[in-house]
Write a protein that binds this ligand. Structure first.
Ligand code: C2E
Ligand code: CA
Ligand code: CA
Length: 787
């Protein structure tokens, strides 16, 4: 079987799965983000490139031009400012030099030759008002005026060289070419502009009027392109690096998760083992509870059960299915498919009393069912029960019974049609409650003729003959009719207790205090009274046994030929206060309960004690003790007998067992066999009464030594010709089978003579003696011995 994993294990599995999904998602999103970022960067680079390649929009060049212009302006202003200083210092120097030198003309020439500045020293007639540069004038002795001025052109040229060098330094040589050229004198500036730029054939040229210069910028396209490619490569590399970093982080995360899961799994496994241990304990508890009460205990205290709960639930479901099956079996009678006593009880529990309704209880008892069973076998008996069930069912449900009744009855069982679910309109139960007893509980109106209902059931049950098909081709059963007795009682008229009503219906059957006829017996209050009396009686008997109120009387058994007492039958009596109570008043009651076993064992003990006293007196009498069927089948009977006959020759003890169907029973045969092995005598009591079968006489397994012919045949053989013939026949057979015959109920000499004539071995009866106390028996034995 494939083992299912626990919820914990499952959850770990799904956790792993979810984490993998999570990591994959993270990876995808990460890659997406990085890629988008990369794309954006690349497009920025390209945008930048396009901007740069176009000189008019190239912000670097613009910046550069701005700087150069600023520098040139500053430098131009500086030239102005610096000439003043140069001229002043030259003037001061010459002024000083001339004062110390006599020849001022000479001194002037010397200074002019040695100054490094482009100073112009002119002898002028006066101040030139058009001269824009700074100049100083000096009057030399011969009233000559000397003008100190700067040689602008030279000065500017020297300054321009410096400026141009500096400008080149200001230029970013990487992305653009920069050329400066001196404008020739013929160049015409646009209007009055001192500075302007022109964009033309991929070059950007700016003109400066102060410096008479043209500055020309061209873009280095290949450099820009290479720059772009390089930047792109750099970006791509960083993109790869980022991707790798992402993968690496995910791997690290995954390894961490893996380690966590492995550890968790180990933990879970140990938890499961622990839970399984608890589970086992609880399971066993459940099973034992279930076996005991057929009930499940819902109290699951263990926390660990949650993890195993589905297994438990499955187990419970299995049990419940089994439980329902068991219940189904437990609630249905296996032979007939009707309800059984358990389901009747269950149904009755549900019944709610109604003011205008009564519940009619019909208790059916099939006549001679045991005889059919023992004569034709169990199968035959079962078939009868099925047909009875079917007839009752059909009558209840108003179904017509067809010709194929037997087969139909089987169909009804097979198809599970007997389902007495609580009908809301009408309560009804139909059940087989013991071997040959059926119970019908049905709701009737208060004014309904329930006696007629019972009669109708009786009629439907018994009117048609039954034909049973044999399993064996060689055997064919003749059609026959059954009879049934029905006991009736009503709820709540007869009893407020539903279960008591079942008992009442049962009690009514064949009760002489019942009203009705020979087949339908209706419960009366007298029956209830009698039943109560019986219960009281049982209690009294129980006390009587404890108080040793039971004693034995003995009826002599006489040899027909010699007239000598050869034995005695022990018959129980009850000394209840002053009155001596006879067995017909209490044996039946005892037999209905288990009292007969207690009492019977007490009787065996008393009888054996008596026998030992007689032996002690030197008397050799065979003592017969009656054994009831129930007692015979009771546990430990063989042991009881064995224990009590200690010290008595077994041949002087004989047990009278009522010839009855129970002898068919394998258990009773086995017990009889064991008793026989104790070497005590066995007598078949009451032969001919009830359901006698001659076959018992010849049964090798039932080795009776004596057959007692029932007193109902004997008592009137003097007057009844038929019985005379019958007894003659029975005695002859007993003789033929080599057993001893005993006649009981011999009340007069005529009967005795007839029995003697038949060759009967022993007799017993009022003619010789009634059952008498022990001392009287012994007197009789002495008396008899004298003759
Ligand atoms: P049973 O075993 O058939 O006993 C014989 C019954 O016939 C006795 O009645 C006896 O008094 C009566 N009887 C004897 N001779 C005559 C006669 O000539 N005419 C008439 N009409 N009756 C006669 P008893 O003592 O009243 O016992 C009745 C039944 O009670 C017994 O029938 C037996 O089945 C049962 N019983 C008596 N004592 C015991 C006992 O110790 N154990 C058991 N299990 N059953 C006992
Ligand atoms: Ca007897
Ligand atoms: Ca008898």
């Amino acid at each position: 079987m494939k083992e299912r994993k626990s919820i914990l294990e499952e959850s770990i599995k799904s956790l792993t799965l979810y984490s993998i999904v999570f990591f994959v998602l993270i990876f995808i999103i990460g890659i997406f983000v990085i890629k988008a970022n990369y794309n954006e960067e690349i497009s920025n680079l390209e945008k930048d490139y396009n901007e740069q390649i176009n000189l008019s929009s190239n912000k670097y060049i613009k910046e550069e031009i701005k700087n150069i212009k600023k520098y040139l302006d500053a430098e131009y202003n500086y030239i102005f400012d610096s000439t003043k200083e140069i001229i002043d210092s030259t003037y001061n120097f010459i002024n000083e030099y001339i004062t110390t030198h006599e020849n001022k003309q000479e001194a002037l020439k010397f200074v002019q030759a040695n100054t490094k500045y482009p100073i112009r020293i002119d002898v002028s007639n006066g101040i030139d008002p058009n001269y824009i540069y700074y100049a100083r004038y000096m009057e030399i002795d011969d009233n000559q005026i000397v003008k100190f001025s700067i040689d602008e052109k030279k000065y500017q040229e020297s300054q321009t060289i410096v400026a141009l060098n500096n400008i080149k330094n200001l230029h970013n040589a990487q992305i653009s070419n920069f050329k400066v050229r001196k404008l020739d004198d013929s160049f015409n500036f646009l209007g009055n502009e001192k500075w302007y730029c022109v964009y033309e054939s991929k070059a950007f040229t700016c003109y400066d009027k102060n410096w008479w210069l043209a500055l020309e910028f061209t873009i280095k396209e290949d450099v820009l392109k290479a720059n772009l490619e390089e930047a792109k490569n750099k970006r791509f590399k960083s993109f790869l690096m980022q991707g790798m970093f992402l993968c690496f982080s995910i791997c690290i995360g995954f390894v961490a998760l893996w380690i966590f899961l492995v550890r968790k799994r180990r933990e879970v496994k140990s938890q499961i083992e622990l839970a399984a241990k608890h589970f086992d304990v609880a399971l066993n508890k459940q099973i034992s509870n279930f076996n005991k009460d057929k009930k499940l205990n819902n109290d699951f205290a263990f926390k660990e059960f949650r993890t195993l709960s589905y297994a438990l639930l499955r187990f419970i479901r299995q049990i419940q299915t089994k439980d329902t099956n068991i219940k189904k079996q437990a609630y249905v009678d296996g032979v007939t498919g009707l309800m059984n006593m358990i389901s009747v009880n269950e149904s009755l529990k549900q019944y709610a009393k109604k003011d205008d309704k009564l519940l009619l209880f019909l208790f059916f008892n099939i006549d001679k069912f045991r005889v059919y069973n023992s004569m034709y076998g169990r199968h035959f008996g079962d078939e009868i029960l099925k047909i009875v069930a079917y007839r009752l069912y059909a009558n209840l449900k108003g179904l017509a019974i067809g010709d194929n009744e037997h087969l139909e009855s089987l169909d009804y069982i097979k198809y599970d049609k007997y389902k007495f679910t609580q009908n809301k309109n009408k309560f009804e139960c139909l059940a087989r409650i013991s071997a040959d007893e059926f119970l019908l509980v049905v709701e009737v109106n208060k004014d309904e003729d329930y006696y007629a209902i019972a009669k109708n059931y009786h009629q439907k049950l018994t009117a048609r003959s039954i034909k049973i098909t044999s399993n064996d081709d060689l055997i064919e059963y003749e059609p026959f009719r059954i009879n049934a007795r029905i006991g009736c009682s009503l709820y709540p008229k007869d009893s407020e207790d539903l279960h008591e009503c079942i008992g009442n219906a049962d009690l009514a059957i064949e009760n002489d205090k019942a009203s009705g006829d020979t087949c339908v017996f209706v419960y009366t209050k007298e029956i209830g009274k009698q039943n109560e009396e019986n219960l009281t009686l049982q209690r009294d008997i129980r006390n009587g046994i404890i108080n040793k109120e039971f004693l034995l009387h003995y009826q002599p058994k006489v040899d027909c030929k010699t007239g000598k007492i050869i034995g005695a039958e022990a018959l129980v009596r009850w000394q209840k206060g002053d009155t001596l109570v006879y067995p017909d008043q209490f044996i039946n009651i005892c037999e209905k309960s288990n009292l007969i076993i207690t009492l019977g064992n007490e009787i065996i003990k008393m009888a054996c004690d008596a026998q030992r006293r007689w032996l002690a007196k030197g008397l050799e009498l065979k003592l017969s003790i009656n054994l009831s069927t129930k007692q015979l089948l009771s546990e430990g009977i063989v042991h009881t007998i064995e224990k009590n006959i200690q010290g008595i020759p077994p041949r002087l003890i004989e047990f009278e067992i009522t010839e009855s169907f129970s002898i068919e029973n394998a258990t009773s045969k086995a017990i009889i066999d064991k008793i026989k092995k104790l070497n005590v005598g066995l007598s078949m009591d009451d032969f001919g009464k009830g359901y006698s079968s001659l076959s018992y006489l010849n049964d090798q397994d039932l080795d009776f030594d004596v057959v007692k012919i029932d007193k109902c045949f004997i008592q009137n053989i003097d007057t009844n010709e038929r019985n005379r013939k019958l007894v003659e026949f029975i005695v002859n057979i007993i003789k033929y089978l080599n057993k001893r015959s005993v006649a009981e109920g011999v009340e007069n000499i005529e009967i005795l003579n007839f029995l003697k004539h038949l060759g009967c071995d022993e007799y017993q009866g009022y003619y010789f003696s009634r059952p008498v106390p022990e001392n009287i028996l012994l007197e009789k034995v002495y008396e008899n011995g004298k003759n």
